[in-house]
Write a protein that binds this ligand. Structure first.
Ligand code: GTP
Length: 208
């Protein structure tokens, strides 16, 4: 999950500049279909040094937004590999939440940058058809609503699969994840319309 998209969803604001190496887990509550939903969003930096790191992150997730930039062909080329990896890792017999694959949404971001586009809408649609996954082209910069659709889709698919009751909060233990991912960040705050939102980091998830 990419920073601008995650932060747009959480704060409704588009914040342009991030340290690309930042890796955070954000907690966020949103009302979807009249239910209060607790999200825990791992915003990956996409710089996994080894396959074990990426595997741990994929194991941790219940649903996945695989995001590429329509201005970056390489990021699009990574989508298929990541989708296969997610399926592969979650099809292990140890998967506790049943046999269905976890929800995955393919997201083509930055559609506002029309003149820098390197990946057509059709390319995205074809990939989504081939992988049988939902697909959205969005602009995190221009639209808060489009980011909401991504998260709503993942939530609704999880509900459809019946892994969670509405409103339930599946608190996770991430101590193992912490061991595997040394580049942790401390909590930071961001002012949003006069409010201060706390962005939780891995540290907040040390099991009591
Ligand atoms: N024009 C435009 N810029 C965007 C959009 N989303 C993100 N950006 C910008 O793209 C840059 C990277 O955004 P991130 O959210 O960090 O995404 P990322 O996957 O780390 O992207 P890269 O650094 O390009 O790999 C930032 O400068 C953002 O401001 C968008 O929808 N439109």
């Amino acid at each position: 999950m990419r920073s601008a998209l995650t932060v747009r969803f959480i704060t409704r604001r588009f914040i342009g500049d991030y340290d690309p190496t930042l890796e955070m887990i954000y907690r966020h509550m949103a009302v979807i279909d009249g239910e209060m939903v607790h999200f825990e969003i791992l915003d990956t930096a996409g710089q996994e040094e080894d396959s074990l790191q990426i595997e741990e992150k994929i194991k941790w997730g219940d649903g996945f937004a695989v995001v590429y930039s329509v201005t970056d062909r390489c990021s699009f080329d990574e989508v298929m590999r990541l989708c296969f990896l997610i399926n592969h890792i979650h099809s292990s017999p140890k998967r506790s939440s049943g046999s269905e694959q976890p929800p995955v949404v393919i997201v083509g971001n930055k559609k506002d940058l029309q003149f820098d586009r390197m990946v057509s809408t059709e390319d995205g649609e074809n990939l989504s058809k081939a992988l049988k996954l939902p697909f959205y082209e969005i602009s995190t910069r221009d639209s808060y609503e489009e980011t909401v659709v991504v998260f709503n889709t993942l939530y609704q698919e999880l509900m459809r699969q019946g892994h969670f009751s509405p409103g339930s909060f599946k608190r996770r233990t991430v101590s193992k994840l912490m061991e595997k991912i040394p580049k942790m960040q401390g909590s930071s705050t961001l002012n949003s319309a006069g409010r201060s939102l706390s962005f939780n980091s891995f540290r907040d998830y040390i099991p009591e």
